[in-house]
Design a protein around this ligand. Structure first.
Ligand code: ADP
Ligand code: MG
Length: 293
């Protein structure tokens, strides 16, 4: 199968944007000459202010739109070609901003079964995938509840379970926590981390610097252009720069910067391995709502 052939080139990036430009029919140029890659198993944050082009980038990954200039490849398959679209969408699980927009059935388990049903799987396999996905998001006890009765955070966990039931290799999230309260945000962020720990590739589009801090690597979009790329520590450590992109600086990164100015050797991420990094991770969790304050 074509998909397997593409996957065989081990070092090939899982997702690749090559000099991508995209304009909407009203003439607004949403993306300019955008090039970046995502490796298998990597967690990438796409950080940008409102209108910077994040949702456009996400739609290009899922082949919902095609670039005007350049190319987008998923597992080596060009999203431009109609014949590749099923294979591309079958490895990508999408989660959008508003959980209500993603819900298709009134009862939780039916909502999650909808995707696997469309894959044409056997009923027993559908049931087993739906239950497994619900367990993964910690919502198995709510399988017979009405989706509408759940909190926003719980509805978003159900939406993610719906994506996981498709057994995607890549989870793509577009502002998936921005409608949620701090507790819901924390639930969803923990779930994203656990998907990543299990080897899933993550692309998380967000306007939150604190959330971007959780990724392995991030790219920053400003007015449709890639303006910065690197590890969270590299990209987020200068609050003035972050503000210039229209983003509220990360609380943890800001604090690390201030402590450094006072001569304290502090790291920002766990990889930097300092004692202070643990403290900063804790502060970052507090800022993103991942721990109770
Ligand atoms: P973000 O998700 O970062 O807020 P978008 O990708 O939605 O950014 O938008 C990028 C630019 O494209 C903005 O200027 C926005 O107004 C414009 N845009 C987005 N969607 C459409 C659309 N369907 N039609 C016309 N313009 C759009
Ligand atoms: Mg958007």
């Amino acid at each position: 199968m074509e998909l397997e052939t593409a996957a065989a080139s081990a070092e090939a990036p899982y997702i690749e944007f090559q000099h991508v430009g995209f304009s909407y029919s009203n003439g607004i140029k949403a993306l300019h000459d955008l090039s970046f890659t995502v490796k298998e198993g990597e967690s990438l944050a796409v950080l940008g202010a409102n209108g910077s082009g994040k949702s456009t980038l996400v739609r290009l990954i899922d082949a919902l739109i095609s670039p005007d200039e350049g190319d987008v490849f998923v597992r080596g398959l060009n999203t431009r070609e109609e014949k590749n679209r099923f294979a591309i969408r079958s490895v990508i699980g999408m989660v959008f901003q508003n959980p209500e927009d993603q819900s298709v059935a009134s009862v939780v388990i039916d909502d999650i079964a909808f995707g696997p049903e469309n894959l044409g799987l056997e009923p027993a396999e559908i049931r087993s995938r739906a239950e497994k996905a619900l367990s993964q998001v910690g919502m198995i006890s709510r399988e017979n509840d009405e989706v509408a009765m759940l909190s926003g955070g719980q509805q978003q966990l159900v939406a993610i379970a719906g994506a996981l039931a498709m057994e995607p290799r890549v989870l793509v999230l577009d502002e998936a926590t921005s409608m949620l309260d701090p507790q819901g945000r924390a639930q969803v962020n923990r779930l994203i981390s656990s998907c990543h720990e299990r080897g899933m590739t993550i692309v998380n589009a967000t306007h939150s610097a604190d959330e971007a801090l959780q990724a392995d690597r991030l790219i920053v979009l400003s007015h449709g252009e890639l303006v910065c790329e690197g590890t969270p520590a590299e990209v987020l450590s200068d609050p003035a720069m972050v503000r210039a992109w229209g983003i509220e600086p990360s609380f943890a990164a800001d604090l690390a910067g201030r402590l450094r100015q006072r001569g304290l050797q502090v790291g920002l991420t766990a990889e930097e391995g300092t004692l202070e990094a643990d403290l900063l991770n804790l502060l970052s969790d507090a800022a993103t709502g991942s721990v109770d304050r």
